[in-house]
Design a protein around this ligand. Structure first.
Ligand code: PA5
Length: 450
């Protein structure tokens, strides 16, 4: 186990009396997970809790085989999905490989589509696929989400045009419910290889199922090491007690800080390859906790880049946030600053210094400045940006999020509010069945909304 969580920069913001006061609620939250009981707010979607050990081993072998085939016959893999059906895979590929993975000649390139309704982005990738061999992994637990459904129609059409119906079917991998839903039915009808999103694993907790594992493996990331990291994390954070379990302590700390008015959590990293992990974390915490008028608003930044945009606010603006900083001891690469005889730029004091050392000094300097400026900091430290550490981090944050949501008293496994925009969008698009919704909107806002 390589993860370490440092709480010392909470001094002055959360003390032992605060942790003692929340210990009972935290233990109750932990026991709900392990006894597989829901809280008063909802259902127990707890399938992810034991997933690193308890997963479908046959399907896991099929995932590896499909990834190998895609790597052999495709220059591009188009991953179609939205929310929990794409963020984890994209975050994992960028974390382990690079944010610039597609730029540096990767094969297959991995494109994530169907997570917007942008005609611009969709046409760009369609145009690329016209001239390159590609496969599609369409992912939707419900099988009915509009954004990926539209993208799938477009890319399926292109596949059929290029490879014929049978050839297209051999290049489509559908990850969806085992028994029901439109995507499940389409996959059965046309004979696509199917992978399953387990019933008791919600979208944002599904990265360690086929939802994440197939695209991650297709990008050449070692999923055995990823799962091993998740197993290590599961075992490390089993023990009860805030003093012995950093995952529970982190969940408790978030709620203590919220009670003290810290309603925004900024997820921070000093590595741009963490950008999509930040997006994954924002969905995980935002969708899990933001309901019933409650929740910490999840925000993110990459430093030192954003110290030159958001840094001023964090240092001296409203005291409404705390920061959770993700750092890694060993960088994926390093460079040493050279000496310069003229020293015209005045940088010779850094000659011989590794860029990673300068980056860590920026990190430490910022933690101290922000803490002294009134912003509590929690440090989550991993050994390296590799598969094992990623598995540890994923499980750490999933568990912390579920426990934190239970402490808060919400159901961390539903997202009822996401439906609201869809109802209005369907009404405005004249979808059958939405006539009354449209009439209500027009009566309230006028005809120019159509
Ligand atoms: O976390 C969630 O459950 C959501 O973000 C879903 O993943 C997202 O809405 C996509 O849903 P689906 O996989 O059913 O298309």
């Amino acid at each position: 186990m390589s993860l370490k969580v440092e709480f010392k920069y909470l001094n002055g913001f959360a003390d032992s009396a605060d942790f003692d006061a929340i210990a009972g609620k935290t233990e109750l939250a932990r026991s709900l997970l392990y006894e597989n009981r829901a809280n008063a707010a909802g259902n127990a979607f707890h399938g992810w809790v034991n997933l690193p050990f308890d997963y479908d081993k046959d399907e896991y072998c099929r995932i590896k085989a499909a990834a190998k085939k895609i790597r052999g016959d495709s220059e591009a893999l188009v991953v179609i999905g939205i929310g929990g059906s794409y963020l984890g895979a994209r975050a994992a590929i960028e974390f382990v490989k690079s944010k610039n993975y597609n730029v540096f000649g990767a094969s297959p390139k991995v494109f994530f589509i169907g997570n917007t309704l942008s005609p611009v982005e969709t046409s760009e990738i369609l145009a690329y696929c016209e001239d390159h061999d590609f496969s599609v992994n369409v992912i939707s637990k419900s099988g009915t989400t509009t954004e990926p459904a539209i993208a799938f129609r477009l890319f399926r059409e292109l596949l059929v045009k290029k490879y014929g119906a049978e050839g297209a079917a051999a290049r489509i991998y559908a990850t969806t419910d085992a028994n029901k839903g439109t995507l499940h039915d389409v996959a059965c009808k046309f004979g696509y290889e199917r992978f399953t999103v387990p019933d008791d694993v919600g979208g944002r907790y599904s990265v360690l199922t086929a939802v994440g594992l197939l695209p991650i493996a297709a990008a050449g990331v070692d999923i055995d090491a990823l799962m091993a990291g998740a197993r290590a994390s599961l075992e490390a954070y089993l023990v009860p007690g805030l003093d012995k379990n950093d995952c529970l302590r982190y969940a408790a700390a978030r709620n203590i800080l919220l009670q003290k008015g810290r309603s925004v959590e900024m997820m921070i990293s000093y590595e741009p390859d963490f950008t999509m992990m930040n997006e994954w974390l924002k969905q995980l915490f935002g969708e899990s906790e933001g309901k019933d008028g409650k929740g910490i608003f999840p925000a993110s930044a990459i430093y030192s880049t954003d110290l030159h945009s958001l840094g001023q606010y964090v240092q001296q603006g409203q005291r409404l946030m705390f920061e959770t900083v993700n750092v890694f001891d060993t960088p994926k690469a390093d460079i040493t600053v050279g000496a310069d005889a003229s020293n015209a730029d005045g940088l010779n004091f850094l000659a011989g210094s590794a860029l990673s050392k300068i980056n860590s000094s920026a990190f430490m300097g910022t933690v101290l400045a922000h803490t002294e400026g009134g912003v509590p900091n929690i440090i989550v430290r991993g050994s390296a940006m590799d598969e094992f550490t990623l598995g540890e981090l994923i499980y750490f944050y999933e568990k912390a999020c579920a426990v934190s949501g239970y402490i808060l008293g919400v159901n961390p496994f539903d997202q009822p509010g996401v439906e609201m925009y869809k109802r209005n969008m369907f009404a405005l698009l004249n979808k059958p069945g939405y006539e009354d919704a449209k009439a209500r909107l027009v009566a309230k806002y006028g005809n120019d909304i159509i």
